[in-house]
Design a protein around this ligand. Structure first.
Ligand code: FAD
Length: 462
């Protein structure tokens, strides 16, 4: 048995970041992780392996479609799937190993195994019970299921199975046009699969800016993804090496079926809290299974806190990380805080999509007066040079005060460019502040400045 100031359960981006910050602030800290490697969903079966496959297949797409245009001649590369998987595994290994290194460097103890909480102040792993003044649950999430579509991780897969398919499917059905479905759908479309995305709503990426939704759908359709929107999947049957999906169109009630080699169920994720003993302890959960916390991440049981995908809010690695830092600071007697109004969301398709703050739709519903500055990447020299002139930056500011309320980008490096506006928003900047800031030429970021100019007296290159 060992005693700690803090035991964190789960070494995903929420848990490992919390532990490192707590150790840096002087708390004797341990992390319990049930997986073989650190890094949680994000590093092992989420953000990182998906970005490795997106990078590899984007490179293939460039070689097949754009190299020749730039005078780079010769046969386009062929795909060695096993080697691509090995590259993905190597990227994951470097990153999970990096967290192990950081734990050693910061003197965070890694307790291997699955944890339960027999009582406040106690964490049980195997036969050992460790004690801690504070316990932070960062147990993350798992893929949500869909009635009638049973995931076997062979033919009908979750995102975890989709990252490690034995072979590239000829036909892939993706259920759900959210971030994960579109990213992995793009990967397999670029690898030559015929990809059909079936979505219950009438639009892809529900909740995003409507202009972005339309533009992304049009661009992805040009890249070969088929979309069936407004359709409810009724069930799936598997047969030798494939599956047949049945779906019903919401508007007409017409029933259809689709036979494919692989089905990816990408209908969202749900909190993972099984085995922790929360029922017995009496930790309050929401009807959606999220651990309920106050604004300082405290559950209803004294000394037990929760962060990341296991609690309410967007299921994003950086949200979990920020909560990890905030709770570590709170436990160390500081004033930890997360600004939930300024959490960016990114889709790593080509082009990338990024957004932060309010959408026009939300502001209309609120009845708030706003103005929009929109700038197309067609007017951005750098974007045209890399064949990514489609897409735009749409900056939204308060009509009276000019304070920036949000930005929605679809274009090259959108996931990096969005941070300029995150910082501006954190400082309460106006669109004029961004418009008057010198931006290097030729950069994609000039499009952000042009959108800010468009919020005022007009963009230059429009
Ligand atoms: P997790 O990362 O889920 O980690 C929780 C850890 O706790 C796990 O390792 C688990 O084994 C461990 N654990 C659980 N219970 C116990 C227990 N009882 N004892 C011991 N250990 C336990 N987010 C982004 O921001 N950007 C992206 O690009 C992105 N891409 C994604 C792609 C995919 C395919 C998926 C599936 C997710 C993606 N996400 C992305 C979401 C992101 O992975 C999650 O939001 C993030 O991992 C949540 O972090 P967490 O620390 O809350 O939980």
């Amino acid at each position: 048995m060992s005693s700690f100031d803090l035991i964190v359960i789960g070494a995903g981006p929420g848990g490992y970041v919390c532990a490192i910050r707590a150790a840096q602030l002087g708390l004797k800290t341990a992390v319990v992780e049930g997986r073989e490697t650190l890094g949680g969903t994000c590093l092992n079966v989420g953000c990182i392996p998906s970005k490795a496959l997106l990078h590899a297949t984007h490179s293939l797409h460039e070689a097949q479609h754009n190299f020749d245009k730039m005078g780079l001649e010769g046969a386009a590369p062929t795909v060695n799937w096993d080697k691509m998987q090995a590259y993905k595994g190597d990227v994951v290994g470097q990153n999970t190993g990096g967290i192990e290194f950081l734990f050693k460097k910061n003197k965070v103890t890694w307790i291997k195994g699955w944890a339960s909480i027999p009582a406040a102040g106690q964490v049980k792993v195997g036969d050992e019970v460790h004690t801690a003044k504070h316990i932070v649950i960062a147990s993350g999430s798992e893929p949500a299921s869909l009635p009638g579509v049973e995931i076997d991780e062979e033919v009908i897969v979750s995102s975890t199975g989709a990252l490690a398919l034995k072979q590239i499917p000829k036909r892939l059905a993706v259920i759900g046009a959210g971030v994960i479905g579109l990213e992995l759908g793009s990967v397999y479309a670029r690898l030559g699969a015929e990809v059909t995305v079936i979505e219950y709503q009438d639009k892809i990426t529900p909740g995003m800016d409507a202009d972005v939704q339309r533009t992304l759908q049009r661009i992805l359709a040009k890249q070969g993804l088929n979309f069936v929107l407004g359709a409810a999947v009724q069930g799936a049957t598997t047969a030798e090496g494939g599956a047949t999906l049945n779906y019903k169109l919401n508007k007409t009630g017409d029933e259809h079926s689709l036979t494919v080699d692989t089905v990816l169920v990408a209908t969202g994720r749900k909190p993972f809290t099984a085995g922790l003993g929360l029922d017995t302890l009496g930790v309050a959960l929401s009807p959606r299974g999220q651990i309920e916390t106050d604004s300082h991440y405290a559950t209803n049981i004294s000394g037990i806190y929760a962060i990341g995908d296991a609690i309410a809010g967007p299921m994003l690695a950086h949200k979990a990380e920020d909560e990890g830092i905030a709770i570590a600071e709170i436990l160390a007697g500081q004033a930890g805080h997360v600004n939930y109004g300024i959490i960016p969301g990114v889709i790593y398709t080509t082009p990338e999509v990024a957004s932060v703050g309010a959408t026009e739709e939300a502001l209309k519903a609120e009845g708030r007066a706003y103005k929009v500055g929109k700038f197309s990447f067609m007017g951005n020299a750098r974007a045209k040079a890399v064949f990514q002139g489609e897409g735009f930056v749409k900056l939204i500011a308060d009509k009276e005060t000019d304070r920036i309320l949000g930005v929605h980008l679809i274009g090259p490096a959108a996931g990096d460019m969005v941070h300029e506006i995150c910082v501006a928003m954190e400082f309460g900047a106006s669109s004029e502040d961004v418009a008057r800031t010198c931006h290097a030429h030729p950069t994609f970021s000039e499009a952000v400045r042009e959108a800010a100019l468009a919020c005022g007296s007009g963009a230059i290159h429009a």
